[in-house]
Design a binder for this molecule. Structure first.
Ligand code: IPE
Ligand code: IPE
Ligand code: MG
Length: 249
């Protein structure tokens, strides 16, 4: 059998995603459907965060990135923002020890300046405490915007060029990636969005050039680790071509 025939016949074994990113959407609608305030949906959503982390750990994922608060979510009413920040604060306080014990490395992406100062402190502490861990990297996107990330990288690159530290010819995709907040992380292989909406909402725009998308028709508070496992299974049979063609076809 020639090499090309064997490549055609015995396709490479399906491999799982290294990096899964999730747009956790639908807390408000979950609550509204039950006649509850939106805050109740956000509270229940925290339980689904735990389920997603378990699902990622079970699947042996390297990086799990959760879109927790977008740069545009400041447009929401003040009391809802207060609720979300309160839940984030409590989550970081309550979970750090357990996260560390489980070998999870914590990282946050987004503009920290606008977050409450005590939360920034908790984030710094969580990042420092878990720095050496290597089981799963949990990335929370907090006050994150994809366009803002790209604009910031461009600004920093321009500054380096202006100061004579970088030549314009050195700016290619890899260099650009290294200036983004996700520097050092692999690009997401799989994006999951719950709630039935099918859009990116300014998430990891640059990083998702070749990401596979899975949309789940469930509100985020109902998301389970089985949903995570199912999405990973569905991912493994996707045919990722990166602009090329499959050998033998
Ligand atoms: C996701 O649920 C949580 C955040 C965006 C912080 P939503 O609050 O967006 O819920 P819906 O989309 O209004 O149902
Ligand atoms: C995206 O959800 C942001 C997060 C899940 C944190 P949104 O609910 O804010 O997105 P849109 O407004 O429906 O696009
Ligand atoms: Mg929403």
């Amino acid at each position: 059998m020639s090499d090309s025939a064997s490549a055609e016949g015995g396709r490479t074994a399906p491999s799982g995603p290294r990096h899964v990113a999730i747009i956790m959407d639908g807390n408000g609608r979950w609550a509204r459907r039950r006649g509850l305030p939106r805050a109740a949906g956000h509270r229940k959503g925290v339980e689904a965060v735990r389920a997603a982390i378990e699902g990622a750990a079970d699947a042996g994922i390297e990086v799990l990135t959760l879109y927790s608060f977008s740069a545009e979510n400041w447009r929401r009413p003040a009391d809802e923002i207060e609720t979300l920040m309160g839940l984030l604060r409590r989550y970081l306080q309550a979970e750090l020890a357990d996260m560390h014990a489980r070998g999870i490395r914590f990282r946050a992406i987004g503009e920290r300046d606008r977050l409450p100062a005590d939360i920034v402190k908790l984030i710094d502490e969580a990042e420092q405490t878990t720095e050496e861990n290597d089981k799963l990297t949990l990335v929370l996107a907090l006050n994150y915007g994809g366009r803002q990330d790209i604009a910031r990288a461009a600004r920093n690159i321009a500054e380096s060029v202006a100061r004579g530290l970088l030549s314009p010819e050195a700016v290619d995709d890899d260099l650009f990636s290294s200036y983004l907040l996700t520097a050092g992380l692999p690009d997401p292989d799989l994006l999951i969005r719950t709630s039935g909406e099918q859009r990116i909402s300014n998430f990891l725009l640059w990083q998702m050039a070749y990401t596979e998308f899975i949309f789940i028709d469930k509100y985020w508070p109902d998301f389970t680790k089985e949903d995570f496992a199912e999405a990973v299974d569905a991912f493994t049979v996707r045919d990722r071509r990166y602009g090329s063609i499959k050998s033998g076809r």
